[in-house]
Design a binder for this molecule. Structure first.
Ligand SMILES: C[S@@+](CC[C@H](N)C(=O)[O-])C[C@H]1O[C@@H](n2cnc3c(N)ncnc32)[C@H](O)[C@@H]1O
Length: 123
């Protein structure tokens, strides 16, 4: 899912097939399907605190089971920004205070950029 229609159209054309779908959707507020795992990679670090919190609430509302999301485990304290800017976010620090992730997939050891796995019911 993405908010950019052209990107979704391109993905549909190049990678769409039965069992693989692409949707235009605003993660902060649009209804999402109930799934086993929501993969939200490289997204929150562009969002304001308010948009991150709205998105997590929206993920929970979908009644999906797990969230796999980008977190910088060495970053913090977290700094608020206007959505569209960039800064590293550590989801285990305020104002998010996520618990220890169930699994951590380190993408870049130099920056601590990782994908953390949480049960949405624990957030
Ligand atoms: C840095 S890219 C990451 C893309 C991909 N997840 C990856 O890991 O390569 C961030 C993406 O988030 C999308 N995006 C920004 N705000 C969004 C929103 N409110 N809802 C859905 N997608 C959004 C942007 O259009 C962009 O494609």
């Amino acid at each position: 899912m993405d908010v950019v229609p052209d990107l979704i159209a391109r993905n549909r054309q190049m990678y769409g097939r039965p069992g693989r779908s692409f949707f235009v959707s605003d993660l902060t507020k649009d209804a999402l399907p109930r799934v086993d795992v929501i993969l939200c990679r490289d997204c929150f670090y562009h969002f304001s605190f308010r948009d991150i919190q709205a998105t997590v609430a929206n993920f929970k509302k979908s009644r999906s089971t797990y969230l796999l999301a980008t977190t910088h485990t060495s970053a913090g304290p977290n700094r608020n920004i206007a959505t569209g800017d960039w800064r590293a976010i550590n989801l285990q620090r305020p104002p998010f205070d996520f618990p220890e992730p169930l699994r951590l997939l380190v993408e870049d050891p130099a920056t601590s950029e990782s994908l953390g796995l949480w049960r949405l019911g624990d957030l």
